[in-house]
Design a binder for this molecule. Structure first.
Ligand SMILES: [Zn+2]
Length: 339
């Protein structure tokens, strides 16, 4: 689509993350187990750390792939740190479930936690925003007691979805209290309900926190039709969120994440990149053609989803639940930020 070059855009080859960098988050024992399992020596100790489970199978090239995917995110972080880029996007990143000594939820190396660490080390106030349908537990818990990285995760109610944590009362501890923000959303959450929560929670907190930059985990598994989850969003939500982020005029390091309806995921990420890159084809064309001609969930062309029909019962169950979550978060966290 010609979106990777021209107008200040470029495709930058990633360098694999160095072991010394990986050790800023992962233990040496875990990295060793991951590497040796990838080389065919899989131990009970590795299994104990989640390596070789159903979600995190051992496969050929596993270690090199994970390290290169992580390296791509860190390449983006370095482009932003050096001032060479305002926005960097690694669709092969966003492995937010990996723990210091744990492979989890299809994630082996936590590139986004590492990017937060590296940018915070350089004195940056980091705002980590996670819109993957699953709670970004590996990142949230990595900074649970730290105020220099604020994590905000919008996800489906963990009572019904992996990883089973990420409730609104998990708000951080010690100096980090109030810097971990979880927005669990009910099954069937649709665009307007989602954006109501985003505007009521994320926008005021971002304003109060005043970050130097954003790390944005853009999992596409919150879209309607994802086979692993139960939210009901269209990709127009991502456009709206990106527009809000861009309006803060801060650098953005974006990554992919989950997304198991492949067509919808690809389209959402291309759309996201087109907005970041200032090459929003649909937006340019739409006024001429009067609106929705190029918008279709069934993909008749264009990148945007068509608006989905929301039933009355769905509205009546989802909106009050979302409003209750908003009120709880306001009560628990806003006062800690003078809001
Ligand atoms: Zn996910």
């Amino acid at each position: 689509m010609g979106l990777l070059w021209g107008n200040g855009r470029s495709e930058v080859p990633p360098t694999p993350a160095e072991r010394i960098v990986l050790k800023k988050f992962h233990s040496a024992r875990y990295l060793h187990a991951l590497k040796t399992a990838a080389a065919g020596r899989w131990t009970a100790e590795a299994l104990d750390m989640g390596i070789g489970t159903g979600d995190c199978p051992v496969f050929a090239g596993m270690y090199d792939y994970s390290v290169l995917a992580c390296g791509a995110t860190l390449t983006g972080a370095n482009l932003i740190l050096s001032g060479a880029a305002d926005v960097a996007f690694n669709p092969s990143g966003g492995f937010h479930h990996a723990g210091p000594e744990r492979a989890s939820g299809f994630c082996y190396i936590n590139d986004v936690a590492l990017a937060c660490i590296i940018l915070a080390e350089q004195g940056k106030r980091v705002l980590y925003l996670d819109v993957d349908v699953h709670f970004g537990d590996g990142v949230a818990y990595a900074f649970y007691d730290r105020p220099d990285v604020m994590t905000i995760s919008f996800h489906e109610n963990p009572r019904v979805l992996f990883p089973g944590t990420g409730f609104e009362d998990e708000i951080g501890t010690g100096r980090g209290k109030g810097y971990c923000v979880n927005v669990p959303l009910p099954v069937g959450t649709y665009d307007q309900a989602y954006m109501k929560a985003f505007k009521a929670i994320a926008l005021p907190l971002i304003g109060a926190y005043n970050p130097d930059l954003f790390i944005f985990e853009l999992g596409a598994d919150a879209l309607a039709g994802d086979p692993l989850a139960h939210l009901y969003l269209t990709n127009n939500v991502y456009v709206e969120i990106i527009d809000h982020l861009l309006s803060f005029n801060k650098p953005i390091l974006a990554t992919g994440g989950g997304g198991y309806n492949i067509d919808n995921t690809v389209r959402a990420w291309v759309l996201a990149w087109s907005i970041f890159a200032g090459a929003d084809i649909d937006r340019d064309i739409n006024p001429t053609f009067g609106g929705t001609m190029f918008e279709s969930t069934d993909w008749q062309g264009g990148l945007r989803d068509r608006a989905l029909v929301v039933s009355e019962p769905q509205r009546e169950t989802v909106m009050p639940a979302v409003e209750a979550v908003i009120e709880t978060i306001k009560a628990n966290i806003f006062c800690l930020h003078g809001l």
